[in-house]
Design a protein around this ligand. Structure first.
Ligand code: GLN
Length: 533
Protein backbone atom coordinates (compact mmCIF):
# COMPACT_ATOMS: atom_id res chain seq x y z
CA UNK A 1 0.00 0.00 0.00
CA UNK A 2 1.17 3.52 -0.78
CA UNK A 3 2.32 5.69 2.11
CA UNK A 4 -0.51 7.69 3.67
CA UNK A 5 -0.74 11.37 2.80
CA UNK A 6 -1.20 13.96 5.50
CA UNK A 7 -3.02 17.27 5.24
CA UNK A 8 -2.39 19.59 8.15
CA UNK A 9 -4.87 22.38 8.81
CA UNK A 10 -3.68 25.36 10.83
CA UNK A 11 -5.52 28.49 11.83
CA UNK A 12 -4.58 32.13 11.77
CA UNK A 13 -5.93 35.55 12.75
CA UNK A 14 -8.44 34.46 15.37
CA UNK A 15 -10.36 31.49 16.70
CA UNK A 16 -13.83 30.55 15.57
CA UNK A 17 -13.12 30.84 11.84
CA UNK A 18 -14.43 27.38 11.11
CA UNK A 19 -11.20 25.40 10.88
CA UNK A 20 -13.27 22.39 11.85
CA UNK A 21 -15.61 22.92 8.94
CA UNK A 22 -12.71 23.41 6.51
CA UNK A 23 -11.02 20.23 7.79
CA UNK A 24 -14.24 18.20 7.61
CA UNK A 25 -14.97 19.59 4.15
CA UNK A 26 -11.55 18.69 2.81
CA UNK A 27 -11.97 15.22 4.25
CA UNK A 28 -15.43 14.94 2.71
CA UNK A 29 -14.41 15.95 -0.77
CA UNK A 30 -11.49 13.53 -0.68
CA UNK A 31 -13.82 10.79 0.55
CA UNK A 32 -16.11 11.66 -2.37
CA UNK A 33 -13.00 11.28 -4.57
CA UNK A 34 -12.81 7.64 -3.46
CA UNK A 35 -10.07 8.13 -0.88
CA UNK A 36 -10.05 6.35 2.44
CA UNK A 37 -9.87 9.29 4.84
CA UNK A 38 -10.23 10.27 8.44
CA UNK A 39 -9.68 13.32 10.61
CA UNK A 40 -7.68 14.05 13.75
CA UNK A 41 -8.13 17.04 16.04
CA UNK A 42 -5.22 18.34 18.05
CA UNK A 43 -6.23 20.40 21.07
CA UNK A 44 -3.16 22.10 22.51
CA UNK A 45 -4.84 22.93 25.83
CA UNK A 46 -3.67 21.25 29.03
CA UNK A 47 -6.91 19.41 29.87
CA UNK A 48 -6.55 15.67 29.33
CA UNK A 49 -9.82 15.70 27.38
CA UNK A 50 -12.87 17.93 26.95
CA UNK A 51 -14.80 16.12 29.71
CA UNK A 52 -14.36 18.70 32.42
CA UNK A 53 -14.76 21.78 30.24
CA UNK A 54 -17.71 24.14 30.36
CA UNK A 55 -19.82 23.82 27.19
CA UNK A 56 -20.57 27.53 27.30
CA UNK A 57 -16.91 28.33 26.74
CA UNK A 58 -15.91 25.46 24.45
CA UNK A 59 -19.10 24.10 22.98
CA UNK A 60 -20.51 20.65 23.46
CA UNK A 61 -18.51 17.69 24.72
CA UNK A 62 -18.83 15.11 21.95
CA UNK A 63 -18.89 11.49 23.08
CA UNK A 64 -17.44 8.79 20.82
CA UNK A 65 -18.51 5.16 20.63
CA UNK A 66 -15.41 4.13 22.58
CA UNK A 67 -16.26 6.55 25.39
CA UNK A 68 -14.03 9.52 24.54
CA UNK A 69 -15.14 12.94 25.79
CA UNK A 70 -13.97 14.95 22.84
CA UNK A 71 -13.88 18.33 21.22
CA UNK A 72 -17.02 19.10 19.26
CA UNK A 73 -15.09 19.07 15.97
CA UNK A 74 -15.06 15.28 16.22
CA UNK A 75 -18.85 15.52 15.81
CA UNK A 76 -18.41 17.50 12.61
CA UNK A 77 -16.04 14.85 11.26
CA UNK A 78 -18.54 12.09 12.05
CA UNK A 79 -21.43 13.96 10.44
CA UNK A 80 -19.52 14.97 7.32
CA UNK A 81 -17.88 11.60 6.77
CA UNK A 82 -20.72 9.43 8.09
CA UNK A 83 -18.13 7.41 9.92
CA UNK A 84 -17.39 6.81 13.60
CA UNK A 85 -14.21 8.41 14.90
CA UNK A 86 -12.38 6.80 17.87
CA UNK A 87 -11.18 8.88 20.81
CA UNK A 88 -7.53 8.45 19.80
CA UNK A 89 -8.28 11.03 17.09
CA UNK A 90 -8.51 13.84 19.65
CA UNK A 91 -4.96 14.52 20.80
CA UNK A 92 -4.26 16.93 23.67
CA UNK A 93 -1.11 18.25 25.30
CA UNK A 94 -1.83 16.28 28.49
CA UNK A 95 -2.15 12.98 26.68
CA UNK A 96 1.16 13.53 24.89
CA UNK A 97 3.00 14.63 28.01
CA UNK A 98 1.47 11.84 30.12
CA UNK A 99 2.81 9.16 27.76
CA UNK A 100 6.25 10.76 27.63
CA UNK A 101 6.34 11.04 31.43
CA UNK A 102 5.25 7.42 31.77
CA UNK A 103 8.02 6.29 29.44
CA UNK A 104 10.54 8.40 31.34
CA UNK A 105 9.54 6.77 34.66
CA UNK A 106 9.73 3.34 33.05
CA UNK A 107 13.28 4.09 32.01
CA UNK A 108 12.68 4.10 28.28
CA UNK A 109 14.93 7.14 27.89
CA UNK A 110 17.55 5.94 30.38
CA UNK A 111 20.61 8.18 30.35
CA UNK A 112 18.96 10.84 28.19
CA UNK A 113 17.74 14.33 28.90
CA UNK A 114 14.01 14.30 28.03
CA UNK A 115 13.07 17.31 25.92
CA UNK A 116 10.25 18.85 23.90
CA UNK A 117 12.32 18.22 20.79
CA UNK A 118 12.68 15.28 20.12
CA UNK A 119 10.67 13.43 22.76
CA UNK A 120 7.41 15.36 22.77
CA UNK A 121 7.47 15.95 19.02
CA UNK A 122 8.27 12.25 18.40
CA UNK A 123 5.29 11.24 20.52
CA UNK A 124 3.03 13.57 18.52
CA UNK A 125 4.31 12.26 15.18
CA UNK A 126 4.00 8.68 16.29
CA UNK A 127 0.37 9.16 17.34
CA UNK A 128 -0.53 10.72 14.00
CA UNK A 129 1.34 8.13 11.94
CA UNK A 130 -0.02 5.17 13.84
CA UNK A 131 -3.62 6.29 13.27
CA UNK A 132 -3.03 6.48 9.51
CA UNK A 133 -1.29 3.08 9.51
CA UNK A 134 -3.72 1.26 11.80
CA UNK A 135 -6.71 2.41 9.77
CA UNK A 136 -5.02 1.90 6.37
CA UNK A 137 -5.87 5.44 5.34
CA UNK A 138 -5.05 7.02 2.00
CA UNK A 139 -5.21 10.46 3.55
CA UNK A 140 -5.43 11.79 7.08
CA UNK A 141 -6.55 15.36 7.75
CA UNK A 142 -5.10 16.73 10.98
CA UNK A 143 -6.55 19.93 12.37
CA UNK A 144 -4.37 21.80 14.83
CA UNK A 145 -6.52 23.76 17.28
CA UNK A 146 -5.70 27.26 18.42
CA UNK A 147 -4.20 30.10 16.43
CA UNK A 148 -0.68 30.27 15.02
CA UNK A 149 1.41 32.22 17.50
CA UNK A 150 -0.06 30.55 20.60
CA UNK A 151 2.62 29.18 22.90
CA UNK A 152 0.67 25.97 23.56
CA UNK A 153 0.48 24.89 19.94
CA UNK A 154 4.21 25.31 19.21
CA UNK A 155 5.31 21.71 19.91
CA UNK A 156 2.49 20.41 17.71
CA UNK A 157 3.31 22.73 14.80
CA UNK A 158 6.96 21.80 15.18
CA UNK A 159 6.04 18.11 14.93
CA UNK A 160 3.98 18.76 11.80
CA UNK A 161 6.84 20.75 10.30
CA UNK A 162 9.18 17.82 10.93
CA UNK A 163 6.75 15.42 9.26
CA UNK A 164 6.88 17.44 6.07
CA UNK A 165 10.68 17.35 6.13
CA UNK A 166 10.70 13.61 6.83
CA UNK A 167 7.92 12.51 4.49
CA UNK A 168 8.44 15.13 1.79
CA UNK A 169 6.07 17.50 0.01
CA UNK A 170 4.55 14.64 -2.01
CA UNK A 171 3.12 13.26 1.20
CA UNK A 172 2.39 16.27 3.37
CA UNK A 173 0.45 19.45 2.62
CA UNK A 174 -0.41 22.42 4.80
CA UNK A 175 -3.69 24.33 4.63
CA UNK A 176 -3.86 27.60 6.52
CA UNK A 177 -7.27 29.06 7.40
CA UNK A 178 -7.48 32.83 7.70
CA UNK A 179 -9.95 35.68 7.52
CA UNK A 180 -10.47 38.49 5.01
CA UNK A 181 -12.79 40.91 6.77
CA UNK A 182 -14.77 43.61 4.95
CA UNK A 183 -15.58 46.64 6.98
CA UNK A 184 -18.91 47.19 5.28
CA UNK A 185 -21.14 45.14 3.02
CA UNK A 186 -19.79 46.42 -0.29
CA UNK A 187 -16.35 47.18 1.08
CA UNK A 188 -13.09 45.69 -0.07
CA UNK A 189 -11.83 42.48 1.49
CA UNK A 190 -8.81 43.19 3.66
CA UNK A 191 -5.78 40.95 3.27
CA UNK A 192 -3.42 42.25 5.94
CA UNK A 193 -4.50 39.82 8.70
CA UNK A 194 -3.84 36.93 6.30
CA UNK A 195 -0.43 38.31 5.34
CA UNK A 196 0.58 38.61 8.98
CA UNK A 197 -0.67 35.24 10.00
CA UNK A 198 1.15 33.47 7.15
CA UNK A 199 4.30 35.37 8.13
CA UNK A 200 3.87 34.01 11.65
CA UNK A 201 3.53 30.49 10.27
CA UNK A 202 6.63 30.88 8.10
CA UNK A 203 8.57 32.18 11.09
CA UNK A 204 8.26 28.70 12.58
CA UNK A 205 9.25 27.07 9.33
CA UNK A 206 5.92 26.24 7.74
CA UNK A 207 5.07 27.43 4.25
CA UNK A 208 1.40 26.72 3.57
CA UNK A 209 0.42 25.02 0.31
CA UNK A 210 -3.11 26.40 0.50
CA UNK A 211 -4.69 29.38 2.14
CA UNK A 212 -8.43 29.09 2.71
CA UNK A 213 -9.86 32.49 3.34
CA UNK A 214 -13.01 32.97 5.37
CA UNK A 215 -15.07 35.88 4.08
CA UNK A 216 -18.68 37.01 3.91
CA UNK A 217 -18.83 37.14 0.11
CA UNK A 218 -16.78 35.11 -2.38
CA UNK A 219 -13.16 36.24 -2.30
CA UNK A 220 -12.58 38.76 -5.08
CA UNK A 221 -9.76 38.45 -7.63
CA UNK A 222 -7.73 41.39 -6.39
CA UNK A 223 -7.44 40.31 -2.75
CA UNK A 224 -6.87 36.74 -3.93
CA UNK A 225 -3.90 37.84 -6.05
CA UNK A 226 -2.58 39.99 -3.25
CA UNK A 227 -2.74 37.10 -0.79
CA UNK A 228 -0.98 34.84 -3.31
CA UNK A 229 1.79 37.38 -3.78
CA UNK A 230 2.39 38.00 -0.10
CA UNK A 231 2.08 34.40 1.07
CA UNK A 232 3.98 32.61 -1.69
CA UNK A 233 0.98 30.45 -2.51
CA UNK A 234 -0.12 30.00 -6.16
CA UNK A 235 -3.18 32.09 -6.84
CA UNK A 236 -5.26 29.01 -7.68
CA UNK A 237 -4.49 27.58 -4.27
CA UNK A 238 -5.86 30.61 -2.45
CA UNK A 239 -9.35 29.34 -1.80
CA UNK A 240 -12.43 31.32 -0.98
CA UNK A 241 -14.42 29.98 1.91
CA UNK A 242 -17.38 32.35 1.96
CA UNK A 243 -20.63 32.16 3.87
CA UNK A 244 -22.98 29.41 2.74
CA UNK A 245 -26.56 28.43 3.54
CA UNK A 246 -25.25 25.37 5.35
CA UNK A 247 -21.77 24.21 6.29
CA UNK A 248 -22.36 21.10 4.19
CA UNK A 249 -21.96 23.26 1.04
CA UNK A 250 -18.30 23.89 1.81
CA UNK A 251 -16.92 20.62 0.32
CA UNK A 252 -18.41 21.52 -3.03
CA UNK A 253 -17.23 25.11 -2.72
CA UNK A 254 -13.64 23.85 -2.41
CA UNK A 255 -14.16 21.28 -5.16
CA UNK A 256 -15.34 23.98 -7.59
CA UNK A 257 -12.15 25.89 -6.95
CA UNK A 258 -10.09 22.94 -8.11
CA UNK A 259 -8.88 21.67 -4.75
CA UNK A 260 -9.08 17.97 -5.62
CA UNK A 261 -7.08 18.24 -8.83
CA UNK A 262 -4.53 20.45 -7.18
CA UNK A 263 -3.95 18.19 -4.18
CA UNK A 264 -3.86 15.04 -6.32
CA UNK A 265 -1.24 16.64 -8.50
CA UNK A 266 0.78 17.72 -5.48
CA UNK A 267 0.63 14.22 -4.05
CA UNK A 268 1.53 12.67 -7.40
CA UNK A 269 -1.74 10.76 -7.59
CA UNK A 270 -2.41 10.69 -11.28
CA UNK A 271 -5.32 9.51 -13.33
CA UNK A 272 -8.73 10.96 -13.94
CA UNK A 273 -11.36 10.15 -11.42
CA UNK A 274 -14.99 10.59 -12.18
CA UNK A 275 -16.81 11.16 -8.96
CA UNK A 276 -20.02 12.70 -10.22
CA UNK A 277 -22.06 9.80 -8.86
CA UNK A 278 -20.60 10.23 -5.40
CA UNK A 279 -21.43 13.93 -5.48
CA UNK A 280 -24.98 13.32 -6.60
CA UNK A 281 -26.00 11.63 -3.35
CA UNK A 282 -24.21 14.17 -1.20
CA UNK A 283 -25.71 17.14 -3.07
CA UNK A 284 -29.18 15.68 -2.65
CA UNK A 285 -28.57 15.36 1.09
CA UNK A 286 -27.41 18.95 1.33
CA UNK A 287 -30.32 20.19 -0.79
CA UNK A 288 -32.75 18.47 1.58
CA UNK A 289 -31.15 20.15 4.59
CA UNK A 290 -31.14 23.56 2.95
CA UNK A 291 -34.41 23.64 1.11
CA UNK A 292 -36.85 23.25 4.00
CA UNK A 293 -39.27 26.19 3.66
CA UNK A 294 -39.49 28.89 6.30
CA UNK A 295 -43.25 28.75 6.43
CA UNK A 296 -44.69 25.88 8.44
CA UNK A 297 -41.46 25.46 10.39
CA UNK A 298 -41.78 23.34 13.51
CA UNK A 299 -41.13 25.25 16.69
CA UNK A 300 -39.14 23.37 19.29
CA UNK A 301 -38.37 24.73 22.74
CA UNK A 302 -35.00 23.50 23.95
CA UNK A 303 -34.84 23.96 27.71
CA UNK A 304 -31.47 23.96 29.46
CA UNK A 305 -28.95 26.03 31.30
CA UNK A 306 -26.23 26.28 28.64
CA UNK A 307 -28.32 28.50 26.39
CA UNK A 308 -25.78 31.33 26.23
CA UNK A 309 -23.92 29.50 23.45
CA UNK A 310 -25.79 27.65 20.70
CA UNK A 311 -22.73 25.39 20.25
CA UNK A 312 -23.39 23.88 23.70
CA UNK A 313 -25.94 21.60 22.10
CA UNK A 314 -24.58 21.48 18.57
CA UNK A 315 -25.23 17.77 17.95
CA UNK A 316 -28.80 18.09 19.23
CA UNK A 317 -29.36 21.02 16.87
CA UNK A 318 -28.04 18.99 13.95
CA UNK A 319 -30.04 15.91 14.90
CA UNK A 320 -33.27 17.95 15.01
CA UNK A 321 -32.52 19.37 11.57
CA UNK A 322 -31.69 15.95 10.12
CA UNK A 323 -35.08 14.75 11.36
CA UNK A 324 -36.81 17.85 9.97
CA UNK A 325 -35.12 17.54 6.57
CA UNK A 326 -36.32 13.94 6.29
CA UNK A 327 -39.96 15.14 6.34
CA UNK A 328 -39.32 18.42 4.53
CA UNK A 329 -39.88 20.59 7.59
CA UNK A 330 -37.65 23.35 8.82
CA UNK A 331 -36.97 23.31 12.56
CA UNK A 332 -36.88 26.53 14.55
CA UNK A 333 -35.10 25.91 17.82
CA UNK A 334 -35.87 28.32 20.63
CA UNK A 335 -33.36 28.15 23.47
CA UNK A 336 -35.16 28.58 26.79
CA UNK A 337 -33.08 29.33 29.87
CA UNK A 338 -34.16 26.83 32.51
CA UNK A 339 -33.16 29.24 35.26
CA UNK A 340 -36.08 31.54 34.66
CA UNK A 341 -39.15 30.35 32.78
CA UNK A 342 -41.94 32.95 33.06
CA UNK A 343 -45.55 31.71 33.00
CA UNK A 344 -46.70 31.01 29.46
CA UNK A 345 -43.12 30.87 28.12
CA UNK A 346 -43.51 27.25 27.01
CA UNK A 347 -46.93 27.66 25.42
CA UNK A 348 -47.53 27.09 21.73
CA UNK A 349 -44.54 24.93 20.87
CA UNK A 350 -44.78 21.87 18.65
CA UNK A 351 -42.36 20.05 20.93
CA UNK A 352 -40.27 20.48 24.07
CA UNK A 353 -36.78 19.01 24.26
CA UNK A 354 -34.52 18.84 27.29
CA UNK A 355 -30.89 18.03 26.39
CA UNK A 356 -28.16 16.76 28.73
CA UNK A 357 -27.02 18.82 31.68
CA UNK A 358 -25.32 18.80 35.05
CA UNK A 359 -25.76 20.37 38.48
CA UNK A 360 -28.51 22.06 40.42
CA UNK A 361 -28.76 25.40 38.63
CA UNK A 362 -31.87 25.53 36.47
CA UNK A 363 -32.96 21.99 37.41
CA UNK A 364 -36.33 23.06 38.85
CA UNK A 365 -37.06 24.89 35.59
CA UNK A 366 -36.44 21.68 33.65
CA UNK A 367 -38.70 19.72 35.99
CA UNK A 368 -41.36 22.36 35.39
CA UNK A 369 -40.88 22.04 31.60
CA UNK A 370 -41.39 18.26 31.76
CA UNK A 371 -44.53 18.72 33.90
CA UNK A 372 -45.82 21.31 31.45
CA UNK A 373 -45.28 18.92 28.52
CA UNK A 374 -47.09 16.13 30.34
CA UNK A 375 -50.03 18.36 31.34
CA UNK A 376 -50.49 19.95 27.92
CA UNK A 377 -49.69 16.72 26.06
CA UNK A 378 -46.97 18.48 24.07
CA UNK A 379 -44.44 16.05 22.53
CA UNK A 380 -41.51 15.80 24.93
CA UNK A 381 -38.05 14.36 24.43
CA UNK A 382 -35.72 14.23 27.42
CA UNK A 383 -32.09 13.33 26.87
CA UNK A 384 -29.96 12.12 29.80
CA UNK A 385 -30.61 14.91 32.34
CA UNK A 386 -33.89 15.42 30.48
CA UNK A 387 -34.71 11.72 31.06
CA UNK A 388 -33.81 11.94 34.74
CA UNK A 389 -35.75 15.12 35.43
CA UNK A 390 -38.78 13.83 33.50
CA UNK A 391 -38.79 10.93 35.96
CA UNK A 392 -38.60 13.44 38.83
CA UNK A 393 -41.48 15.46 37.38
CA UNK A 394 -43.58 12.30 36.97
CA UNK A 395 -42.77 11.17 40.52
CA UNK A 396 -44.08 14.46 41.90
CA UNK A 397 -47.19 14.83 39.76
CA UNK A 398 -48.31 11.28 39.04
CA UNK A 399 -46.86 9.15 41.84
CA UNK A 400 -47.50 11.57 44.68
CA UNK A 401 -43.89 11.30 45.81
CA UNK A 402 -43.35 14.53 47.70
CA UNK A 403 -39.95 16.09 47.41
CA UNK A 404 -38.87 13.58 44.79
CA UNK A 405 -35.64 14.65 43.14
CA UNK A 406 -32.18 13.52 42.05
CA UNK A 407 -29.36 13.21 44.57
CA UNK A 408 -27.35 15.32 42.12
CA UNK A 409 -29.67 18.18 43.16
CA UNK A 410 -30.15 17.26 46.81
CA UNK A 411 -27.92 14.60 48.40
CA UNK A 412 -30.41 14.15 51.24
CA UNK A 413 -33.43 13.86 48.96
CA UNK A 414 -36.52 12.50 50.70
CA UNK A 415 -37.43 10.50 47.58
CA UNK A 416 -34.23 9.98 45.56
CA UNK A 417 -35.82 8.69 42.36
CA UNK A 418 -32.55 9.46 40.56
CA UNK A 419 -29.43 8.37 42.39
CA UNK A 420 -25.70 8.11 41.84
CA UNK A 421 -24.41 5.11 39.86
CA UNK A 422 -23.15 2.52 42.35
CA UNK A 423 -19.78 2.42 40.58
CA UNK A 424 -19.42 6.22 40.73
CA UNK A 425 -20.27 6.48 44.42
CA UNK A 426 -17.19 7.39 46.38
CA UNK A 427 -15.08 8.35 43.34
CA UNK A 428 -13.64 11.77 43.82
CA UNK A 429 -12.21 12.25 40.33
CA UNK A 430 -14.45 14.31 38.07
CA UNK A 431 -12.51 13.54 34.88
CA UNK A 432 -13.30 10.35 32.93
CA UNK A 433 -15.37 8.89 35.77
CA UNK A 434 -18.79 8.91 34.15
CA UNK A 435 -20.53 5.97 32.49
CA UNK A 436 -19.23 6.61 29.01
CA UNK A 437 -19.57 5.40 25.46
CA UNK A 438 -21.71 2.96 23.52
CA UNK A 439 -23.74 0.44 25.51
CA UNK A 440 -26.31 -2.11 24.28
CA UNK A 441 -29.93 -1.55 25.23
CA UNK A 442 -32.72 -4.15 25.20
CA UNK A 443 -36.10 -2.91 24.10
CA UNK A 444 -39.44 -4.20 25.40
CA UNK A 445 -41.69 -5.93 22.94
CA UNK A 446 -44.81 -3.98 21.98
CA UNK A 447 -43.48 -0.70 23.39
CA UNK A 448 -43.39 2.64 21.66
CA UNK A 449 -39.62 2.29 21.77
CA UNK A 450 -39.85 -0.87 19.69
CA UNK A 451 -41.77 1.00 17.02
CA UNK A 452 -39.35 3.96 17.20
CA UNK A 453 -36.25 1.83 16.66
CA UNK A 454 -37.83 -1.00 14.71
CA UNK A 455 -35.69 -3.35 16.75
CA UNK A 456 -35.46 -5.11 20.11
CA UNK A 457 -31.86 -4.09 20.60
CA UNK A 458 -29.90 -0.89 19.95
CA UNK A 459 -26.54 0.58 20.92
CA UNK A 460 -26.18 4.22 21.96
CA UNK A 461 -23.59 6.47 23.60
CA UNK A 462 -23.72 7.46 27.26
CA UNK A 463 -22.29 10.13 29.52
CA UNK A 464 -23.77 10.21 32.99
CA UNK A 465 -23.09 9.72 36.68
CA UNK A 466 -26.68 9.29 37.96
CA UNK A 467 -29.45 6.87 37.01
CA UNK A 468 -33.02 5.88 37.78
CA UNK A 469 -33.39 4.34 41.24
CA UNK A 470 -35.10 0.99 40.67
CA UNK A 471 -36.55 0.97 44.22
CA UNK A 472 -39.27 3.15 42.71
CA UNK A 473 -40.06 0.96 39.69
CA UNK A 474 -43.42 -0.31 41.01
CA UNK A 475 -44.66 3.14 41.97
CA UNK A 476 -43.88 4.40 38.48
CA UNK A 477 -45.45 1.41 36.77
CA UNK A 478 -48.64 1.77 38.84
CA UNK A 479 -48.88 5.41 37.78
CA UNK A 480 -48.55 4.54 34.08
CA UNK A 481 -44.90 5.00 33.17
CA UNK A 482 -43.22 2.26 31.16
CA UNK A 483 -39.49 1.67 31.15
CA UNK A 484 -39.18 0.26 27.69
CA UNK A 485 -35.39 0.18 27.34
CA UNK A 486 -32.94 -1.39 29.79
CA UNK A 487 -29.27 -2.25 29.87
CA UNK A 488 -26.85 -4.35 31.89
CA UNK A 489 -29.17 -7.39 32.08
CA UNK A 490 -32.21 -5.30 32.91
CA UNK A 491 -30.63 -3.53 35.88
CA UNK A 492 -30.53 -0.08 34.33
CA UNK A 493 -33.37 2.02 33.02
CA UNK A 494 -32.57 3.51 29.65
CA UNK A 495 -35.86 4.58 28.05
CA UNK A 496 -39.04 5.86 29.67
CA UNK A 497 -42.37 6.48 27.99
CA UNK A 498 -45.94 7.34 28.91
CA UNK A 499 -47.96 5.20 26.49
CA UNK A 500 -51.14 7.27 26.49
CA UNK A 501 -49.36 10.56 25.75
CA UNK A 502 -48.87 11.85 22.20
CA UNK A 503 -45.13 11.48 22.74
CA UNK A 504 -43.50 11.59 26.15
CA UNK A 505 -40.14 9.87 25.91
CA UNK A 506 -36.94 10.08 27.90
CA UNK A 507 -33.65 8.42 27.05
CA UNK A 508 -30.73 7.99 29.45
CA UNK A 509 -28.35 7.89 26.48
CA UNK A 510 -27.39 10.59 23.96
CA UNK A 511 -29.05 9.80 20.63
CA UNK A 512 -27.79 13.07 19.10
CA UNK A 513 -24.29 11.67 18.60
CA UNK A 514 -25.56 9.03 16.18
CA UNK A 515 -27.52 11.32 13.89
CA UNK A 516 -26.15 11.99 10.42
CA UNK A 517 -27.29 14.04 7.44
CA UNK A 518 -29.91 12.04 5.52
CA UNK A 519 -29.90 9.45 8.32
CA UNK A 520 -31.70 11.07 11.26
CA UNK A 521 -31.33 9.11 14.47
CA UNK A 522 -34.60 7.29 15.24
CA UNK A 523 -35.42 9.02 18.55
CA UNK A 524 -35.25 12.42 16.84
CA UNK A 525 -37.17 11.23 13.79
CA UNK A 526 -39.97 9.96 16.06
CA UNK A 527 -40.03 13.11 18.19
CA UNK A 528 -40.15 15.40 15.16
CA UNK A 529 -42.75 13.12 13.57
CA UNK A 530 -44.93 13.52 16.66
CA UNK A 531 -44.34 17.28 16.77
CA UNK A 532 -45.46 17.53 13.13
CA UNK A 533 -48.71 15.68 13.77
N1 GLN B 1 -26.06 15.13 35.32
C1 GLN B 1 -26.64 13.89 34.95
C2 GLN B 1 -25.74 12.72 35.30
O1 GLN B 1 -24.60 12.89 35.61
C3 GLN B 1 -26.96 13.87 33.46
C4 GLN B 1 -25.76 13.88 32.60
C5 GLN B 1 -26.06 14.33 31.20
O2 GLN B 1 -27.12 14.86 30.92
N2 GLN B 1 -25.11 14.16 30.30
O3 GLN B 1 -26.16 11.59 35.28
Amino acid sequence: MAAPKFIFVTGGVMSGLGKGVVSSSIAKLLQLSDQRVSCVKIDPYLNYDAGTMNPIAHGEVFVTDDGGECDMDIGNYERFLDQNIPKSHNITTSQVYSSVMEKERRGDYLGKCVQIIPHITDEIKSRIRSIAAAESLDMLIVECGGTVGDIESLPFLEALRQMRVEDGPKNVAFVHVTLAPSLDVVGEQKTKPTQHSVQELRRIGIQPDYVTVRCDQRLQDKPREKIALFTNVPVDDVLSCHNAGTIFRVPHMLYEQGFVNSIFEKFGKLGYINTSNNWKGWNETVDAIESTPERDALRIAMVGKYVALADSYVSVNHALRHAGAAIGRRIDIDLVDSESIPAGRLDGYDGILVPGGFGTRGAEGIIHAAQHAQETDTPYLGICFGFQLAAVAFARTSCGLDGATSTEIDVDAHNPVIDILPEADGTRDMGGSLRLGAIDIDIASGSRAESIYGSRSISRRHRHRYEFNTDYLDRFADAGMVFSGKSDSGRRMEILEIPESRFFVGVQFHPEFNSRPAKPEETFAAFIGAAAN
